[in-house]
Write a protein of this length. Structure first.
Length: 745
């Protein structure tokens, strides 16, 4: 049984027993609670001790944790120790140390290790201290796994909720940190069944005063039963949807009935006709004959009643049917404000132009560059196998979840190709998953191949999986899987291995350069169809220039033309033109943009935005779109990721950074949204990578960054903390093609 240790008992001495790439094992002079081995990880020894040799004496070290094996009573267990913490001035567990952990502190952290099925170890700030974060203390932790929610390298803010100084153990929480933030900002979360959202607002910070602009639809509370006196007949064969909708209508005072066929609906109309004021028909209800009978029934009983068709399918037919029959159209999911307008005023939401999921002009088809990377990667793998006496190798890309083969050596033949593709989804259950979680090499014998069976060459007896790190964050982007006829041994400190690592980094740089060229080629191709896009937009312009009598058919035609135009614009090019340079009063431009166009995001998504306006008289000589398009995109993204957090705030600051001569104009957009995963952050400014699901094109930030670059500026992500939000900065010169440290006269 391992007992607790007080502070003084944690100091020990020993000698170097073995040296590894990322740690050194120390044999203690005096065993501590029966355990003689202490492991010092690389961050915990000073740079001057990189020249340690086996047998060297370590005069003083600080023991701070036990390995999992030791906690389980295994004889091969060890202590974790620190040489840096051997002095009181550097030891944060010393009570007088400024970094000493205290319950209630909110700290910056990064996931450094997967500690189990439901725990991760978070490295806190720059102090090398670590704390435990359990899945129960993060959002969605009850329904998602550790690797999905907290992959290695995830940066986040955490609150210290428990400190056990005798065990050097810290417990952390994200949920409690967010709850404190909610209370501090005085805007609690939306309650289930609440009739109206909390009031969103946009405010401008100017000269010490705040001006509030509130949403007209939510500026005052609603009566207790806002739909009292309304009666709704729902015709739908979806029992679950009908049950939930009826409960929702009843909650706010409306009478409601549901029918799944025309006979039942006719009976309800006969018995409750005087109370039924509104009829809702699901567009996808039943078979064609059932729907036809329901439509016939509605036509006979529609007099004096409002009728609407509801649909949540991505199709054009539903709104077309509604307009052809003279009915209203309400998209699913039905929002409270839409239902409220329809039931109380007879008004309907405007037609959605985003019902279809438009396909871009380009396709994600394999291109010739993959052959180039595959061949070069194969040559690299061949050299790796030659250096370590291996028979085959695979270079794998981790997509979380899923894997892709970038290159291979020693594995050939069509049947093997098919087996490799079928085996890829199962690799997450193999030693490759261990490599992703702890960032350390893992080996395996043939008789334990397990999930590697589909990729294991017939002449191999041993497999070694190695993490390939692209950055200092130690996030495993790629994995090298090599197979040997015997156990594979690698000297990671040798010159040959460093040469192979440099070769791999060169291959990555080449891959990204070719990615960039491919994207530019795609956009150049699209530029050649720009004239065709304008040609397709011409009928819409003619429709507006030559108005026709308003009929349902004309409405559908205009709606279809608008939908087509939207798709063409979304897949078109945004060309910046230097000849459009204008004198822009930044204060007026930002205020107008936020107060009109961006207000639609704020009111619809019910978030709070605070704008810190620049000084009066600050002027820039730039094309207006260089400022407007990135700002609209950044605020739009921020409101999306704050939508479920009614307490969250978005801040926009516009100021001049006099220390940055090249890019003095700074527009900073910070939010308290859900942040990004390490995977999303790595692909942030690449085209066609989106965090918005199927509704996003993945082009917004790419176009914004391209515009900033064309104007001599840059768009940067300066902070990203999972579940705590992001900070973006748009940095621009104050004049096109000119460097200036102050306002342009």
């Amino acid at each position: 049984m391992i007992e607790k240790l007080n502070f003084e008992q944690r100091f020990a001495s020993g000698r170097v027993r073995s040296i590894h790439v990322n740690f050194v094992d120390i044999e203690l002079v005096e065993p501590v609670q029966g355990i003689r081995l202490a492991r010092v990880m690389r961050p915990h020894w000073p740079p001057e001790q990189d020249r340690w040799l086996v047998g060297d004496q370590v005069e003083r070290l600080f023991i701070y944790d036990l390995s999992t094996e030791a906690k389980q009573g295994n004889a091969i267990g060890h202590w974790f120790a620190s040489v840096l913490w051997a002095t009181a001035a550097r030891n944060p567990w010393e009570r007088s140390h400024p970094d000493h952990p205290a319950i209630g502190r909110v700290l910056d952290g990064e996931v450094a290790q997967i500690a189990g099925a439901r725990d991760v170890i978070v490295r806190l700030g720059d102090s090398l201290m670590e704390g435990f974060l359990n899945l129960s203390e993060v959002p969605d932790g009850r329904i998602k796994g550790v690797v999905e929610l907290l992959p290695l390298g995830t940066k986040l803010h955490v609150k210290v909720i428990d400190v056990d100084a005798q065990r050097c153990k810290i417990e952390l929480s994200v949920l409690q940190m967010l709850a404190d933030l909610e209370r501090q900002q005085g805007r609690g979360p939306h309650e289930v069944g609440e009739p109206f959202a909390l009031t969103p607002y946009l405010r401008f910070a100017e000269a010490g005063a705040l001006r509030h602009k509130e949403s007209a639809s939510s500026s005052r509370a609603h009566p207790e039963n806002p739909w009292k006196g309304c009666g709704v007949l729902l015709m739908d064969d979806d029992k679950s949807f009908s049950r939930d909708l009826l409960a929702w209508l009843h909650e706010f005072g409306a009478a409601a009935w549901a029918a799944d066929n025309a006979t039942h609906a006719a009976d309800l109309l006969a018995r409750n006709g005087s109370q039924i004021t509104h009829i809702l028909l699901d567009h996808s209800v039943g078979a064609r004959q059932v729907r036809a009978e329901m439509l016939s029934l509605i036509k006979r009983h529609r007099k004096g009643r409002l009728v609407a068709i509801v649909s949540g399918l991505p199709e054009v037919e539903a709104p077309e049917t509604a307009h052809r029959l003279g009915f209203g159209f309400i998209p699913k999911p039905i929002r409270f404000e839409w239902a409220h307008l329809w039931l109380t005023k007879g008004e309907l939401p405007s037609l959605r132009l985003d019902l279809l999921s438009p396909a871009p002009y380009w396709g994600m088809q394999p291109d010739a560059r993959r052959t180039s990377i595959s061949e070069r990667g194969g040559n690299w793998l061949a050299e790796v196998c030659r250096q370590v006496n291996a028979v085959a190798g695979l270079w794998l890309r981790c997509f979380r979840p899923g894997y892709a083969i970038i290159a291979r050596h020693g594995v050939s033949g069509l049947p093997v190709d098919q087996e490799l593709e079928e085996a890829l989804p199962r690799l997450g259950q193999s030693l490759i998953s261990d490599v992703e979680q702890d960032g350390e090499p893992h080996g395996q014998d043939r008789h334990d191949m397990g999930a590697l069976r589909g990729v294991w060459p017939s002449d191999a007896q041993y497999a070694l999986a190695l993490p390939l790190f692209e950055s200092q964050s130690r996030v495993v982007d790629d994995v090298l899987l090599i197979f040997g006829a015997a156990k594979v041994e690698i000297d990671f400190g040798s010159r040959q291995w460093r040469h192979l690592q440099a070769w791999w980094l060169d291959l990555l740089a080449l891959e990204r350069a070719e990615d960039r060229l491919t994207e530019e080629a795609a956009f150049a191709t699209q530029g050649r169809v720009h004239s065709a896009t304008l040609h397709e937009l011409r009928p819409l312009m003619q429709a507006f220039e030559s108005p026709r009598p308003w009929t349902p058919e004309v409405a559908v035609d205009w709606w279809a033309q608008g939908l087509k135009a939207k798709h063409l614009i979304n897949s078109g090019l945004y060309n910046i033109r230097p000849e459009r340079i204008a004198q822009v009063n930044l204060r007026d431009r930002i205020r107008t943009l936020m107060d009109t166009f961006i207000w639609q995001f704020i009111s619809r998504r019910e978030v709070t935005v605070v704008v810190h306006l620049p000084p009066a008289g600050l002027t820039a000589y730039l094309p207006p779109e260089v400022i407007e398009q990135p700002l609209v995109n950044l605020v739009d993204n921020a409101t999306k990721f704050c939508m479920r957090r009614r307490w969250a705030r978005i801040e926009v600051r516009v100021f001049v950074d006099k220390d940055d001569v090249k890019h003095p104009l700074v527009i900073r957009v910070s939010d308290q949204g859900v942040g990004m995963t390490p995977e999303e952050e790595r692909h942030l400014f690449r085209p066609r990578h989106t965090s918005s699901g199927e509704s996003g094109f993945g082009m917004g930030l790419y176009i914004s960054a391209t515009l900033a670059k064309a104007a001599g500026g840059e768009l940067l992500l300066t902070s990203n903390r999972r579940w705590s939000g992001t900070i973006f900065e748009l940095r621009l010169p104050l004049a096109w093609g000119r460097q200036s440290g102050g306002p342009t006269p």
